[in-house]
Design a protein around this ligand. Structure first.
Ligand SMILES: NC(=O)c1ccc[n+]([C@@H]2O[C@H](COP(=O)([O-])OP(=O)(O)OC[C@H]3O[C@@H](n4cnc5c(N)ncnc54)[C@H](O)[C@@H]3O)[C@@H](O)[C@H]2O)c1
Length: 424
């Protein structure tokens, strides 16, 4: 097994660039040897950062696959609907794979991915980065220690944030289910996966409610234009694109999400993007259809219950969780973990080092780096056990998401399909 792992990046967008940056920061452990990216600016910028010659930077992952085994591992960072095919192709060629979430969008496709990597005998790590944060390690450590007694109830909130919702799920790539995925799959597959990981098992039954309530044409204010730059009431709108992206540009905050909107960080480039591109559109005049709020209720075999809420209508904040046990209560806010002990009636703040913020721009609280660290270590050692989000546990959490979406659409209580191995 290699001591230094070679990587090929498929899709040098936000995620591919971020994982590539980890390799640049750890040159003794990993190096990028090839990239596939159709957008020329992105491809050239990425190739220059990694010192790749023209032959190692191509415009489609298929062109790399045609070359056979190009690296020890590939990072599949294409959009949601372009995960299955590259995984099947590169697994068959013997590459280990880091696959961005969601694995795929249907049960059948997820199962094909699991079968393909198992047949090829390659390591697969799915991008459930929240499993890899110091915060999660600390929180799960408390649950696993038994200090809380038996866990009876859980309450988990994903406060997506009003501008993040507008950016990604009203104007951006994940606004439509037919082009990307359901909101629960695109965003909250992280949360249902995380709950399964922390509690050590998937739920047995789920129900769900949610809809697109606010970002609809009928809520468009009187006098609003199709684009913010032409809008008479823009100043009074919380979802103003010029204000949000303009403030970031002025402050020199050039990372995500501004890097999704422009390639050049100038007022002129931003103006052009807001006049012509998707991110300058009125949030009430987009072709979006994914929900802006949703709840999922879960029941576990033990009788324990959990509730999950995702909502657009929050300030930017970390996920928040309360775990209610028979001997104590845990409260986590994404940065701190507090445990209240019923016997001693005292509260303890669990110490750990938080890293970055929990959003994409902040590296998901150390989760992005933690995933790369684990994946590269697993490939170097040939040990899939170092990965916390392997094919079977990720399949289980995707099956929970699919069951919850069925429940929301059909108004039913759904039994979560078990894959038969009880993986968590
Ligand atoms: N783990 C997480 O927390 C997290 C966060 C955000 C996004 N994601 C997931 O990561 C994936 C990528 O998201 P992103 O934000 O980087 O999107 P992005 O649009 O920035 O990047 C996707 C890239 O794939 C490229 N691409 C398209 N067709 C290609 C092809 N045939 N060959 C090679 N490249 C091709 C696009 O040009 C683009 O640059 C998505 O599935 C998304 O859901 C995961």
């Amino acid at each position: 097994m290699p001591s230094k792992v070679t990587l090929a990046v498929l899709g040098a967008g936000e995620r591919g660039t971020g994982y590539g940056a980890w390799a640049l920061a750890h040159p003794e452990r990993a190096g990028v040897v090839a990239v596939a990216e159709p957008r020329r600016v992105r491809r050239e910028r990425f190739a220059a950062a990694h010192g790749l010659g023209a032959g190692a930077a191509v415009d489609d992952w298929r062109a790399l696959a045609a070359r056979g085994r190009v690296a020890d591992a590939v990072l599949v960072c294409t959009l949601d609907r372009d995960h299955l095919e590259p995984v099947l192709a590169f697994a068959a060629l013997g590459h280990h794979i880091l696959l961005e979430k969601p694995m795929a969008l249907t049960e059948g496709e997820c199962r094909r991915i699991v079968a393909a990597v198992e047949e090829a005998g390659v390591i697969l790590a799915v991008g459930h980065v929240l499993r890899y944060t110091p915060y999660t390690r600390a929180l799960k450590g408390v649950v696993d220690s038994g200090r809380l007694g038996e866990v009876v109830s859980v309450q988990h909130l994903e406060p997506v944030g009003f501008w993040h919702q507008a950016h990604s799920f009203v104007r951006g790539n994940w606004r439509r289910e037919d082009r990307a995925a359901s909101m629960l799959m695109a965003k909250s597959c992280h949360d249902l996966d995380w709950l399964q990981y922390v509690l050590g098992r998937p739920p047995a039954r789920v129900s769900s409610f949610g809809r697109l309530s606010h970002f609809r044409p009928e809520n468009r204010p009187a006098g609003a234009a199709d684009r913010c730059l032409d809008c008479a009431v823009e100043a009074a709108c919380p979802y103003s694109a010029p204000r949000d992206y303009g403030d970031r540009l002025a402050a020199g905050r050039h990372g995500w999400p501004l890097s999704v909107v422009v390639d050049e960080f100038t007022p002129r480039a931003l103006d052009a993007a807001l006049r012509e591109g998707p991110y300058g559109r009125c949030v009430y005049a987009c072709d979006n259809d994914v929900v802006d709020h949703q709840v999922v209720a879960m029941e576990f075999d033990s009788g324990a219950t959990a509730t999950f809420t995702m909502t657009a209508f929050t300030e930017q904040a970390d996920r928040q969780t309360r775990v209610f046990g028979t001997r104590g209560e845990l409260r986590g806010d994404g940065r701190r973990v507090r445990v209240y002990d019923f016997l001693t009636r005292t509260e303890e703040l669990v110490e750990f080092d938080a890293e970055g913020t929990m959003d994409a721009g902040g590296g998901h609280g150390g989760g992005d780096a933690g995933l790369m660290d684990a994946f590269v270590a697993a490939v170097a050692a040939g040990d899939p056990g170092l990965v916390k989000s392997g094919p079977r546990e990720s399949l289980t959490s995707h099956l929970t998401v699919l069951a919850a979406e069925r429940a929301r659409r059909d108004g039913t209580v759904e039994t979560v399909v078990r894959q038969g191995d009880g993986a968590s």
